[in-house]
Design a binder for this molecule. Structure first.
Ligand SMILES: Cc1ncc(COP(=O)(O)O)c(C=O)c1O
Length: 406
């Protein structure tokens, strides 16, 4: 059953008119492409409403502010949050670092206290957690993965004890596509009085989410992985956490009064948005959320799962290919693999000649790739505009690499 009219969807993305016919863009986990709907909103801001926000009282400034705040509302709606729970940031990495610094500033962490996470985390979450642990003498505990790359639900719950201060994990892996039992882990964190953090970067915009019913205290993601512009991300925090945290970045736009002795900050979420924000980008991200909602997150997820299923079947039938990908029903749209006797980078290189864009390496999740027992994988990642023909092109590229290298 076709969940998505890919021909129609593809025509929304001007880039596909500017690349050779049949080009298979399978590097969506690195960044997605941008539809006209978003590009037009960026152009409109720059050509009709450009001004800084929350400052001027002239028409342009009011228009820019209105569009910025509309985007905040639209993004909140998209993830089932309140607009006051949405903090604009420069991307997932910045949001993750900022959150961890704010938690450290607001709490007294003691030696021997624990952070529960998983081996499949992206460096943008794992490394700040490691740094936090090192500064405070805390201990990182890693929940194991099952054979599909999914975090073992019972094991993660068991790791969470009275010593646990933070439970932090991705909603889906950017290497194996595995969708994690994040709600169970976040609930266990809450019951233990720990802060629950989710990295939604590989997940948001690819499957439906409702933060109102999710037990996580905080979640972050990047706009560019969900058809939005680069340079923008969101830090979602539940109101209760927001109230307890103080900003770690200070500057214009977040202070109500500054004297020689000190400053008084505005209310959340504005107090976390120091300096001129990525205005055009957030407007674009709001439009990306609107665009994806128009297609339907259930339909996007079903479409991508169909492609994962097809890719898994086709790749499994090639001798020498080893898959590192969760089964379709537990997969956000990512299939990693290796080919016996051929380096991952050589596969990606040959694929370029065949018009297939892939990524090779450790995908900024080095501990996971090591755990898989390899130094690098090739990663094909799917999104709303991909087709079975893209998978066929990938299969041709692998077979060509096998002819060339073995
Ligand atoms: C799961 C995951 N988390 C975080 C990030 C970091 O995102 P950004 O580079 O946009 O800050 C990525 C990017 O690849 C990712 O895949």
């Amino acid at each position: 059953m076709a969940y998505i009219d890919t021909k129609k969807i593809k025509s929304d993305f001007p880039i596909f008119g500017n690349v050779p016919e049949g080009f298979a863009y399978l590097d969506n986990a690195a960044t997605s492409q941008t539809p006209c709907f978003v590009i037009d909103a960026l152009t409109e801001y720059y050509t009709k409403h450009r001004a800084n926000i929350h400052r001027g009282s002239y028409a342009l400034a009011e228009e820019a502010t209105a569009r910025y705040e509309e985007a905040r509302e639209r993004i909140a709606l998209f993830i089932g949050a309140e607009k006051e729970e949405i903090v604009v940031s420069g991307g997932a990495t910045l949001a993750s670092n900022m959150l961890i610094l704010m938690l450290e500033a607001a709490h007294t962490y003691r030696a021997g206290e624990e952070i529960v996470t998983t081996v499949s985390e992206h460096h943008s979450l794992l490394v700040p957690l490691q740094e936090l642990a090192e500064r405070n003498g805390m201990v990182l505990r890693f929940a194991p993965l099952d054979k599909d790359g999914v975090v073992d639900e019972k094991a993660v719950v068991k790791l969470i004890t009275r010593k646990t201060r933070i439970v932090a994990m991705s909603m889906a892996s950017n290497v194996t596509g595995a969708v994690m039992p994040y709600e169970r882990a976040m609930r266990a964190a809450k019951e233990a009085g720990a802060i629950g953090i989710l990295d939604g970067t590989a997940y948001i915009g690819h499957a439906p989410v409702d933060m109102t019913t999710c037990s996580a205290d905080a979640m972050f993601f990047s706009g560019h992985k969900m058809c939005g512009p680069t340079g923008v991300g969101i830090l979602y925090m539940k109101g209760s956490l927001m109230k307890r945290l103080r900003p770690v970045f200070f500057g214009g736009g977040i202070v109500e009064e500054v004297t020689k002795d000190g400053a008084r900050c505005t209310d959340a979420p504005y107090k976390f948005e120091a300096g001129t924000q990525p205005i055009a980008q957030i407007i674009g991200l709001g439009k990306a959320a609107e665009y994806l909602s128009g297609i339907g997150l259930e339909a996007i997820s079903a479409h991508v799962r169909e492609l994962v299923d097809y890719a898994r079947t086709e790749l499994e039938s090639i001798p020498g290919v080893t898959l590192y990908a969760a089964p379709a029903e537990k997969n956000i749209g990512i299939v990693s693999f290796t080919v016996l006797g051929i380096h991952a980078h050589d596969i990606a290189h040959i694929a370029v000649e065949e018009g297939v864009a892939l990524r090779a390496g450790h995908h900024c999740a080095e501990p996971l790739v090591r755990e898989l027992g390899v130094v690098a994988t090739v990663r094909a990642s799917f999104y709303v505009y991909n087709t079975k023909e893209d998978v066929d092109a990938l299969v041709c590229a692998i077979k060509k690499a096998q002819r060339v290298f073995t």
